[in-house]
Design a protein around this ligand. Structure first.
Ligand SMILES: NC(=O)c1ccc[n+]([C@@H]2O[C@H](COP(=O)([O-])OP(=O)(O)OC[C@H]3O[C@@H](n4cnc5c(N)ncnc54)[C@H](O)[C@@H]3O)[C@@H](O)[C@H]2O)c1
Length: 261
């Protein structure tokens, strides 16, 4: 039997990258997926492709920095299906690669709006439905950078650290209502976000990333999606308040530079 049969899942940032892989994997496992993103044509096309493959999928425009859009995405899932089983707060942006004293207030506020306030709101507006049904699984996308330091990414790391702290807090608060709240911390994953960083920062960034991961490669979005399917599924019924690292060993060995040994 499919692992997410009859579950209703909302995924933000689902038009590309890790969110796309999560949506595809959850649909394949039987969930009805509601995809939110700002890339409307890619999102619509993706949802149509999932439906053509026989899965249940809807796309809804959702800029996660906008409260009304998050409410609209969650409401559309609940109006259409009557419930909400899984909320994946995945969308985020990468603003960094500069020392903290060179970051502008505008950059800081944009990053916090898209990467952190969005998670607060995604949880805030999903929880009442889950409380009413006395079940639910919330999955917040954190990062290896919430665990270890990397030059130039203070604000991004701060937001991801806060995502993990909020995840633990909500797991405690809503466990008695049978709502599980977990996060995932990916290492470097092969997504458009990182393609853009390689273009912007250049140099040996791609090679350095490979070296930093003890498994000797960066990860694939499908490998993060597997972790999300597990946390959404009943197989993870006793798992809450945890952060699942899908990072190729990156945080076990920060600065893995074998040629220096
Ligand atoms: N790629 C990595 O190496 C990596 C590592 C650790 C954590 N993460 C986290 O994983 C998540 C997904 O990252 P990714 O690499 O797939 O990113 P990505 O940039 O490749 O894809 C992000 C998706 O989110 C959408 N998006 C961007 N801004 C949005 C907004 N305001 N509202 C709604 N959607 C928006 C984009 O259109 C895109 O479809 C993020 O939370 C990121 O911080 C990624």
């Amino acid at each position: 039997m499919a692992r997410l049969e009859r579950k209703i899942a909302v995924i933000t940032g689902a038009a590309d990258g890790i969110g796309h892989a999560i949506a595809e994997a959850m649909a394949r496992e039987g969930a009805h997926v509601f995809l939110g993103d700002i890339a409307d044509s890619a999102g619509e096309e993706f949802a149509a492709a999932l439906r053509a493959a026989g899965y249940r999928a809807d796309y809804v425009h959702c800029d996660v920095s906008q409260k009304a859009d998050i409410i609209g995405l969650i409401d559309s899932a609940v109006k259409k299906t009557g419930r909400l089983d899984v909320m994946v707060n995945n969308a985020a942006i990468a603003i960094g690669g500069m020392p903290v004293h060179e970051m502008t207030d505008e950059q800081w506020h944009r990053l916090i709006a898209v990467n952190l306030t969005s998670v607060f709101r995604g949880c805030k507006y999903a929880l009442p439905h889950m409380i009413a049904q006395k079940s639910g699984s919330i999955i917040n996308m954190a990062s290896a950078q919430g665990h270890i330091g990397l030059d130039g990414w203070t604000a991004y790391a701060g937001a991801k650290g806060a995502v993990m702290a909020m995840t633990r807090q909500m797991a405690v608060e809503f466990g008695p209502m049978n709502i599980r709240v977990n996060s995932i911390s990916p290492g470097t994953i092969n997504t458009p976000m990182n393609d853009r960083l390689i273009k912007e920062i250049g140099g040996n960034l791609a090679r350095a990333w490979v070296k930093m991961h003890p498994l000797g490669r960066i990860g694939e979005p499908s490998e993060v999606a597997e972790a999300a399917v597990y946390l959404a599924s009943d197989a993870a019924g006793f798992t809450t308040g945890t952060d699942l690292r899908v990072d190729g060993g990156l945080t076990a060995a920060p600065r893995y530079v074998p040629e220096l040994l």
